[in-house]
Design a protein around this ligand. Structure first.
Ligand SMILES: Nc1ncnc2c1ncn2[C@@H]1O[C@H](COP(=O)(O)OP(=O)(O)O)[C@@H](O)[C@H]1O
Ligand SMILES: [Mg+2]
Length: 345
């Protein structure tokens, strides 16, 4: 049996939480932006907050990083073991934030930006110089270090941005659309940087508009839409939420193929390839039902493949207007309608 991709089991409560939030609400004036967001980000993982422009991703980041307050009536928020309301200083000490719009000063050099950051963190002069030099080296900015940042490419600015974030050695890092506007090569460099951060035990809270990015990097993904989390889970769990998933059975001999076609319901036949396609969410339960029917009919498939729809399907289905909340862990929740791409762009 083969599957498109396998995902490691990710049981909740197996690790400590780096970030938890309950019923997070935020309005700007009379405009409600977040209407009860629950989050739970495990330590040492990448959490991807995915959503179209204006969905509220930056608002979530600014709240979790203490830059703006949630509305009264929001539930408790805990970041790095510190309660956001009671101990915002503790939260600030535990986190690093790389904003959607670069915080680096273009008029001074990369190195000067780094030293400024070291000063902000009250590092002694020598330690500051050492940390700055190490990080400039690590992010391949040694050559550029003495040049004004205004001469840097977009990718270099983002790398400097992250290097500056790391000066304080944070255990939790917020990256707000770290690759938006970057060319493919710089984007891949950024992905590599993020993977290395996580390998070093850092928790990364990432926002992105790119499904591919969330799929590549995030252990868990939450899709933000219409002021709420429309779905949450691993990429694989989310893919099971939308139509398009199916099981494909291939047979070597025509008689087995015909017996199986008779034994199964809702099959689409491909007589040339001796292959059958059965709609399925890819869950163990549905797979077992298919296998039981084959067993009962006394046939054995020569090849069984589970196809899950890709994250694009999920995103467009979930961010189409008027969809209801779905949870990836609710295995048999109704499928939201699949909308064409134009509906959300
Ligand atoms: N400071 C603010 N004042 C008023 N409205 C805001 C402010 N910040 C964000 N908004 C509004 O909140 C909504 C969500 O914005 P934002 O969090 O920036 O979304 P995203 O980062 O997903 O693009 C948008 O409609 C935006 O116009
Ligand atoms: Mg934003």
């Amino acid at each position: 049996m083969t599957a498109d991709r396998t995902s490691a089991p990710t049981g909740p409560n197996t690790t400590a939480s780096a970030i938890t939030a309950k019923g997070l609400r935020k309005s700007y004036g009379d405009k409600l932006v977040l209407d009860g967001i629950d989050l739970d980000v495990a330590e040492g993982t990448v959490f991807g907050l995915l959503g179209p422009n204006g969905a509220g991703k930056t608002t979530v980041v600014t709240i979790l990083s203490t830059l703006v307050s949630p509305d009264p009536g929001s539930g408790p928020v805990c970041v790095g073991g510190h309660d956001l309301a009671a101990d915002p200083q503790g939260v600030r000490a535990a986190i690093g934030v790389t904003g959607q719009f670069s915080a680096v000063d273009g008029l001074i050099t990369g190195e000067e930006n780094m030293l400024l950051m070291a000063d902000l963190h009250h590092l002694p002069r020598r330690a500051g110089r050492r940390v700055a030099a190490e990080l400039l080296e690590r992010f391949d900015l040694v050559e550029a270090a003495k040049k004004p940042v205004s001469t840097y490419s977009g990718g270099m600015k983002r790398r400097l941005d992250i290097a500056m974030t790391l000066v304080g050695d944070p255990r939790i890092i917020f990256l707000d659309e770290p690759t938006t506007g970057l060319d493919p090569r710089s984007r891949h460099t950024m992905w590599q940087i993020i993977r290395e951060l996580v390998a070093g035990g850092v928790t990364v809270f990432l926002t992105t508009q790119y499904l591919e990015e969330a799929d590549e990097l995030a252990d868990r993904i939450a899709v933000l839409n219409n002021r709420r989390i429309a779905a949450q889970g691993t990429a694989e769990e989310l893919k099971r939420l939308v139509p398009g998933g199916h099981v494909r059975l291939r047979f070597a001999d025509p008689s087995g193929y015909r017996s199986a076609a008779r034994a199964l319901r809702e099959v689409t036949r491909d007589d040339d390839a001796l292959a059958l396609r059965i709609p399925s969410d890819g869950s163990q339960r549905e797979l077992r039902a298919v296998l039981d029917r084959l067993d009962a009919a006394g046939v054995e498939a020569d090849e069984l493949t589970v196809h899950t729809p890709d994250l694009d399907d999920v995103f467009f289905a979930l961010t189409a207007t008027g969809t209801t909340t779905a949870t990836a862990t609710q295995a048999h929740s109704p499928n939201p309608p699949h909308q064409p791409e134009e509906a959300v762009r």
